[in-house]
Unconditional design. Structure first.
Length: 148
């Protein structure tokens, strides 16, 4: 099949296919007429790349999976190098999740504090508007002055 058909079947663009070819992820084979020629195995490679990209893997991280398929393995993740990429990605994800959990805890604490303050104000715990010390001192001094 030609590049346009492969792109359509893989759900990508011809530009992306040329880029994958440039990176060595997609083999560059030419037919007798000079056009790029692709087969079902190339579609399988692209599907593997697409799945991994959808999971958040970078293009270089897909390389071991592609090489595993190109070596004739039934699945791109049946080789040791692919498994190592999985391990690294899981570690990265665990770090991201831990960071997000920490942020969530802090936001939750802030939210709870804000709710307590709102509830206290609604219950009349602080009905007087806040005043600065100078204004309070000036009012006392004025009262003392008026008593004289």
């Amino acid at each position: 099949m030609r590049i346009g058909e492969l792109a359509k079947r893989a759900g990508t663009t011809t530009r992306a296919l040329r880029y994958y070819e440039q990176l060595g992820l997609l083999p560059a084979r030419r037919a007798g007429n000079g056009y790029r020629a692709y087969g079902e195995e190339d579609l399988r490679l692209l599907r593997q790349i697409r799945i991994l990209r959808d999971f958040g893997f970078g293009l270089e991280e897909t390389r071991p999976f592609v090489e595993c398929l190109q070596a004739g393995h039934p699945h791109g993740d049946s080789c040791p190098a692919s498994l190592e990429v999985y391990r690294r990605k899981l570690s990265e994800l665990d770090e991201c999740i831990a960071g997000l959990q920490e942020v969530r805890t802090r936001v939750s604490e802030q939210y709870a504090r804000a709710e307590r303050e709102r509830d206290a104000l609604a219950a009349g715990a602080s009905t007087a508007p806040p005043q600065c010390e100078w204004a309070a001192t000036a009012a006392v001094d004025r009262d003392e002055w008026e008593k004289r």
